[in-house]
Design a protein around this ligand. Structure first.
Ligand code: CTP
Ligand code: CA
Length: 233
């Protein structure tokens, strides 16, 4: 039903939002990154501010300016983002994990710039798993026994194993968050664009809500759902 947040619907609420893409350091000059622009997460921060919330933006690499009025916490890697989120989430009414968090990081970070060597043509880089920040935030919330609302984002592609929504529903179950904003990614879709098309899935079994429009419009729909979830929890 695409409910838009009314003005002031989040007044007095604290919302902590992660946005952007993490960078996993290989050596002092190189990193593993991803194509997230941070636009959708920044739009959610803007929409939450418009709705009256006090907003903390935990920002990994952003290609857009953060909104004025948000408290900005800059991070680089998934581990830094994890620390910043777990600390600030403790006192928040709602959490939105819009950041693209690297699933893996180099097992070792070289203190010196890695040189190419003529006796070794290849450079294998070993990767280790990063913690799942969203799952840890849900666990922290459950341990504290609060009514905090946790929102995740998911980028999915359909394949022979299932369609985008089926993967989204399975991910919502695994993560344990209240809402999951699912978008379909492809080679030329979503990343860096101003338009988005998402389906908002809800743990409480409410019908999936499809929203297509600018990232600001999508953000307002997400904040509207978040506000409703806060009222009914
Ligand atoms: N996420 C996280 N910590 C990670 C990886 C992802 O908190 N280490 C969060 C993202 O911020 C997003 C949600 O989990 O809100 C879903 O991310 P996604 O990459 O779609 O899910 P994964 O569980 O990593 O599954 P996969 O990439 O294998 O599809
Ligand atoms: Ca992932």
């Amino acid at each position: 039903d695409g409910a838009l947040p009314e003005k002031g619907v989040l007044t007095g609420r604290r919302v902590v939002i992660s946005a952007g893409g993490t960078r996993e350091s290989i050596d002092p000059v190189r990193f593993l990154g991803n194509r997230s622009s941070g636009k959708q997460g920044v739009a959610v921060a803007r929409a939450a501010l418009e709705a009256g919330a006090s907003v903390t933006l935990v920002a990994a690499h952003l290609e857009v300016a953060p909104p004025e009025g948000a408290e900005l916490v800059k991070v680089e890697s998934a581990l830094e983002l994890r620390e910043a989120m777990l600390e600030r989430a403790a006192s928040a009414d709602a959490i939105v994990m819009a950041a693209a968090v690297a699933d893996f990081r180099p097992a070792r970070r070289s203190e010196a710039k890695i040189k190419k060597r003529d006796d070794a043509p290849d450079l294998p880089i070993e990767l280790v798993r990063n913690p799942d920040v969203l799952v840890e935030l849900v666990r922290q919330r459950d341990a504290a026994g609060t009514h905090q609302v946790v929102v995740g984002f998911a980028a999915e592609t359909g394949d022979e194993g299932g369609d985008v929504l089926a993967y989204g529903r399975a991910k919502l179950g695994r993560k344990g968050c209240e809402l999951l904003v699912v978008n379909e990614v492809g080679t030329d879709r979503v990343f860096g664009l101003d338009e988005n098309s998402v389906t908002i899935l809800s743990k409480d079994g409410a019908a999936p809500e499809h929203v297509a429009g600018s990232k600001d419009e999508v953000a307002r729909a997400v904040v509207g759902r978040l506000a409703r979830a806060l009222e009914t929890r």
